[in-house]
Each structure stands twice: as C-alpha cells, then as structure tokens.
Design a protein around this ligand. Structure first.
Ligand code: ATP
Ligand code: MG
Length: 689
C-alpha cells in the first residue's frame, strides 16, 4: 500500500473512523457498520471524505460506493475533496477514479435514478416526472376542488396544510390520526375527508405518472421491501456512506437497512445536537438507535476536537446547547484561542440590522476577508428582505441559498412545465399550467382537454384530436404542433424549440419580457451541462440553483459575493465571519416553535447550528423591533422584541455586548436624507421578477 501520508493530518479518532474495517488492497470488502457521532466542526464530513478516498486507494471500486449527503452541493463538494485526497496517493489517476464516483448525491436524487433503472420491475413508467412542493400543492388543490372539500361550510385545511399532513404521514410512517393529534390538532375533525383526499391524490399521481418528493423515498423503500430487488440493489454497492444522518427520517433508515441488512459496508455520521428537520419527519432516533440495529452492534466513534471555531465561539455555542434537555454528543474543545467573544449586537430595527451588517461586512473585506468567506444567516427566507435591499442599494453582490429560487420565477416554471409535459403528457399540473398560457383557454377548457387525454391510452393523440377550446383560435394548433415538434427534437435542441414557442407568450404576459428572455437563455446554458432532458428535469427539480443578486440568474462562481442563507441550508458549511439575524424571541424561537417543548428544543438546536458555522467571528443581531410575516396569530406586524430566551443572563458573560449605531440611544441614527439616489424598489422587483 502507498505511503499513507494523506491520513497524517487526521487525529487518532478520525483516523480510526477512516480506517475502520478497511483492509489494504482489499478495500472492496465491506467491513462492520460504523457510526461516527460528534459535534459541529469536529471533522465528520472531512473524515467521511478521507474514508471514501481511503477505500478507493485501498482497492474499492468507486462505482460500487454510494455516498449520500444532504444536498447536491454537498455531494459535489465531497467528491472534490475525495479527489483532492486521493490525488496525493494516486497522482493523476485520482481523477479517473473519482469520476467514477457517480453514486454521490442526495437520497432523493439517488432514489430517482434507481427507480428509473428498476421501473419495469416495479410497474412504473420510466418517463415519470417529478413534482416539486409547489406542483404537489397544486395537484392537491385540484383534487380538493374535485372532491368538493373546498366548498364545505366549515373551513377545510388549505392545500399547504393538506400536503404537510400527507407528507408527515408518509415520511414518519405514521397513521393519520396520530399525525393529526400530535401536530395538526385543529384538523382532527377532518380525518375521514383527508383520508379520502389522500387516496385520490395517490391515485391521481399514478394515473399521471408523476412522483412527488416523498414518493422518491416511499417507492424506493417499497422496492426494498421485495427481498429479490433489495438484494439486487444492495448488491450494487459495497459501501454505503451517509453524512448528516441526524436529519434522516424513518423511511431513509429503512432504505439503508434494506440496502445493507447486516450493516456491512455501512457508515453513517451525524450530530444529534444539530437535528433540525423534525418538521419533515426527520428523527434523531435514527442516529441513536443505529448501533443496536445490528448484531454485533455497529462500532461507535466519537470526535471531541473542534477544528473550525475559535475557543470563544465554541464556548458560547456549547453554553447554548448545554441548556438543552437531552443530548448525546459531548462538548467540544479546540486549541484555536482567540480573545474576541461572539458579539451580541443590539440594533433598533431590521433596517439598522441590515446597515450594521453591511458596514461590518465591508470592514472585513477591507481587512482582507473576501465576501465569500462571510455569511448572513436567518430563520426564514423572508427575514433577509431588508438586508437584500441594503445590499442592492450598496451594489454588493450576494447569493442566497435556500430562499427564493431561480426556478420559482413564473417564466422559468412555464418553460419547465413545457418540457415536463413533453416528457410526460400525463403530467396534469404541467399541462394545466401550460394550456392556460394560450389566450382564450381558461381552467375549465384546460380541464376538459386534460380529461380527454387522461381517458386515452395515447394522450398525445387525444390532445391532437380533442376539439380546440372555443376561443383559442390559431394558438391552439400552434401549441399542438409545438408539443410534437419539441418531442421530436433531440436534447438539448428541444429546449431551444420550447423557448421559441414560449417567447410570444412571454412577450404578451410580462412587461419585463426582455430580462426574462435572458433567463431563458441562461436556462438553456444550464441545460447544456446535463446529459438528457430527463436528468435535467429531475436534478433541477430536486435541487434547484440558488437565487442571486446578479440579473443573470445563477451565481458566477469566480466572482466574490456575500452568502445569504437560511440556517437550514447552511448545514455543514463554514465561514470566517457569520452574522445571525433576528436572534430574538418570536423569531428564534419562532412563535410557531414555542408550541411543544420538543419544538422548542429544535429551535435551540437551530441557533446552535447557526453559531457553529463561524470560524473566526460571530455576530448575533438583536433588533429591538422586527416585522413578523404572518407567523403570529395577528398576521403581519411590527413587534417589540427581546433577546432570545436561549441566551439567558447567565450566559451573557460568554458574549461581548454592543450597540449599533454606537451613538447613545435616542439620537437619530441616520444622516438627514437628501432624497433617494436610486430607485431601489425597481431594482428589487427586477431581482426576483
Ligand atoms: P458539521 O457538524 O458542521 O457538519 P463537521 O463535523 O462535518 O461539521 P467538517 O466540516 O468536516 O466538520 O470540518 C470542520 C473544519 O475542520 C473544516 O475546515 C475541516 O477542514 C477542518 N478539519 C477537520 N479535521 C481536521 C484535522 N484533523 N486537522 C485540521 N483541520 C481539520
Ligand atoms: Mg459536516
């Protein structure tokens, strides 16, 4: 075996995790199951990357390694790291080896690929399309109307609530009565109707050959229920490795068990203190119960040294999480000493919060910290609005993770609906959206055509022969011709044909058609990076590109930009300098989160996740007033806020208290205005379109 100097940077526990069960030159042989459980920044992800590299260097076949992470971005980052490490040993051959690491992705993305591979064996049409959460809500809504539930006298749950209940039942593998009782008590009276709705929803998806996000896991888990298929699929992989295991749900753990019933070759890593997805039915029990699922039990390795943050940041984060009711991981230590404590900055309101952050971000840049090495984190996407406004005003580029997406723009959704409809003409939500773009076609006539199509064995033929809606005119014939034409063109020429059909509609519908047209060109460029229409649609739906301040839609990776992210999307990442917005009661914890103590604990972990993203300096912002967006019973309004309850007085010694602006309270913060210099509102509208 080559000199193992690539393992020298690891500490003894990390090294044990990397080498666990790996036999030199025989890395392909799966060893006993392993759980690495450790706090933030202790090198879990780094250890996992080293383990994959070590497996490959020791002879494992990269094509038989399945690596599942939280996002596609994380998977890409991990693949790069593996290659970097392997290159130290294998030299230029490393690229060849890690290119073959093509089973790296999210649970959902991998699920979609496997389901297409095995579609004929599970009675699924391989041309299935995937609904994102909006599409799923739209379909739920269609059925709600069809069943007449939207017209009942007392209020039936909204489409979003229906979808949330459905999703919870599926992901937690829990009966509806129990889900309603525990999480949606105000809907408990509707159990019978909801069951009927969900049955119709499932039937509709099947008829239309669409899968929603939950189906990707559900179908996969069901497939693993067949012993023959489970053996076959599990047999494709010698090693299965999962990062961020604390945020998986029961379906995901049953999939893993199906893949590797005896646990051989299975490695999972996670941190119970960072479990923040229970609202999607993730359960921390997965990680706690992991060792005992196997006989003999899985090996357990804990890491307690933090390499990310300075001592003062770590002390404050540990202080916050120490107050949690229940914890498995131990406190971390670091030798990164530093005198600067995390700052608790009191500001007057969210506008001042934005100005303060921008001022400090620019100061940091002056002293050599790139914008990219700084991040502003928030509880909910809408909380960053004032900051975005300030950044646009000051011409500071930024990228926003986990918020509004490029794909949420109406024109992009139209284009994707068109491609999806061509891919799968039974996709009713796509068809419904599309047909109504045509002048003279309303919901009723679209429904009628879609009904004709649904009743036919050949939906495209039915579409062509279905009588044109009365007021549609020529545009209807053009639509039918375009669908056939796009279907015939190969990938990626079809996306250009799709645009040509769509552009006249774009011009008619939108005032700012010109900027939107640029987005469509951009979409074509993105499409160029995918091997097929099917992969393009699948991967874009599952993990869309992030929104950016740049008009062109997707981040230009060689440029410098500030990171804006929800805390949920910041998982696993780190920045030199981190600003956490609205660290106040009513936001962290949110009004919604104070319901049960379990929810409250999750909010505490959320703050812990946010704080532990920082390497060198951390600012927790405490506006005295903030704007709630329909979170409270009173709807949108300004509320007076106080510091989060997760930082009680007895933890204050861990922080540096500051006020901004530094002037004494009560003096006006801003210089007298000489009138607006730019029309910020227009720029903001341009940004999200
Ligand atoms: P999180 O819980 O936030 O996902 P993590 O446990 O996955 O964190 P990593 O992201 O893997 O932690 O590592 C945190 C930082 O520590 C990274 O910058 C990584 O490069 C560094 N690091 C990890 N292990 C070592 C080591 N042995 N020596 C030096 N630096 C290390
Ligand atoms: Mg990690």
């Amino acid at each position: 075996m080559p000199a193992a100097n690539y393992l020298e940077s690891l500490n003894p526990e990390q090294r044990r995790a990397v080498e666990h069960g790996v036999v030199a030159k025989d890395g392909g042989r799966p060893g006993m199951p392993l759980l690495v459980i450790a706090g933030a920044g202790s090198g879990k992800t780094n250890t996992l990357a080293h383990r994959v590299a070590h497996l490959i260097v020791s002879g494992a076949d990269p094509q038989r390694i399945l690596l599942m992470t939280f996002s596609r971005r994380a998977a890409a980052e991990m693949t790069k790291r593996v290659e970097r490490i392997a290159r130290k040993v294998l030299g230029d051959n490393a690229g060849v080896m890690t290119d073959a690491l093509h089973w790296a992705g999210t649970f959902h993305g991998i699920g979609a690929r496997l389901l297409r591979d095995y579609s004929d064996q599970i009675g699924l049409d391989p041309a299935f399309t995937i609904h994102d959460r909006d599409d799923s809500a739209d379909l739920m809504n269609l059925i709600r109307h069809e069943l007449g539930f939207s017209k009942t006298a007392s209020r039936f749950p909204t489409k979003g609530t229906c979808l949330a209940i459905y999703s919870r039942c599926v992901n937690a593998e829990t009966p509806i009565e129990q889900v309603l009782g525990a999480s949606f008590p105000w809907c408990a009276g509707w159990a019978a109707e909801l069951k009927q709705l969900f049955a119709a929803y499932v039937e509709a998806k099947q008829k239309q050959n669409v899968l929603d996000y939950d189906d990707l896991l559900l179908y996969w888990a069901q497939t693993m229920g067949d012993p023959g298929l489970a053996r076959e699929i599990g047999g494709r992989f010698d090693h299965v490795l999962v990062d961020e295991y604390q945020d998986t749900n029961r379906l995901q753990s049953s999939i893993l068990l199906g893949l590797k019933p005896d646990g051989r070759g299975l490695t999972v890593v996670g941190d119970d203190a960072q479990s923040i997805y229970s609202f999607r039915a993730a359960t921390v029990r997965n990680i706690l119960d992991f060792p005992g699922q196997f006989s003999p039990p899985a090996a357990l390795i804990t890491l307690d040294r933090n390499y990310r943050s300075t001592q003062t940041i770590l002390a404050a984060a540990n202080g916050v999480i120490d107050l949690a009711r229940e914890r498995f991981t131990k406190n971390l230590w670091t030798d990164r000493t530093s005198g600067i404590k995390p700052q608790l900055v009191t500001v007057r309101d969210e506008a001042d919060q934005a100005r303060c952050i921008v001022e400090r971000v620019l100061e940091n840049r002056e002293s050599g910290t790139l914008l990219k090495q700084q991040a502003a984190l928030f509880r909910t996407s809408s909380h960053s609005a004032p900051l975005e406004l300030e950044l646009v005003r000051r011409n500071i580029p930024f990228v926003k993770f986990g918020g509004l997406k490029f794909l949420d723009a109406a024109h992009i959704k139209d284009m994707l609906a068109l491609l999806r409809f061509v891919e799968n003409p039974r996709d009713r939500v796509a068809g419904f959206r599309l047909m109504q773009l045509i002048p003279g076609v309303g919901p009723a006539s679209a429904q009628k055509v879609l009904d004709d199509m649904a009743g036919s064995a050949d939906p495209l033929a039915a579409l062509a022969s279905s009588p044109a809606p009365r007021r549609a005119g020529d545009d209807w014939a053009k639509f039918i011709a375009a669908i056939a034409d796009i279907g015939r063109s190969g990938w990626p020429a079809d996306i250009e044909r799709a645009r040509l059909w769509y552009e006249p509609h774009l011009d008619r519908i939108h005032e700012d058609a010109e900027t939107r047209r640029a987005d469509l060109i951009q979409l074509e460029q993105i499409a160029g990076g995918y091997p097929s229409r099917e992969r393009f649609l699948t991967e874009l739906t599952l993990d869309p590109p992030d929104a950016t301040s740049d008009q062109s839609g997707v981040p230009l990776l060689d440029e410098d930009y500030l990171i804006l992210s929800t805390i949920h999307s910041a998982k696993g990442q780190e920045w030199k300098s981190v600003f956490v917005l609205n660290v106040v009661d009513g936001c962290m914890p949110s009004d919604l989160g104070t319901g049960t103590s379990a929810e409250l604990e999750e909010e505490r972990r959320l703050l812990y996740v946010a704080m532990t993203r920082a390497k060198d300096d951390l600012h927790l912002m405490v506006p005295q007033r903030f704007f709630t967006h329909g979170q409270s019973a009173q709807g949108d309004r300004h509320v007076y806020a106080s510091r989060t309850r997760f930082i009680p007085d007895r933890l204050l010694h861990l922080f540096e208290k500051a006020n901004w602006p530094r002037a004494a309270a009560g003096t006006p913060a801003r210089a007298a205005s000489s009138g607006p210099r730019i029309d910020v509102g227009a720029r903001m509208r341009g940004m999200w379109r």
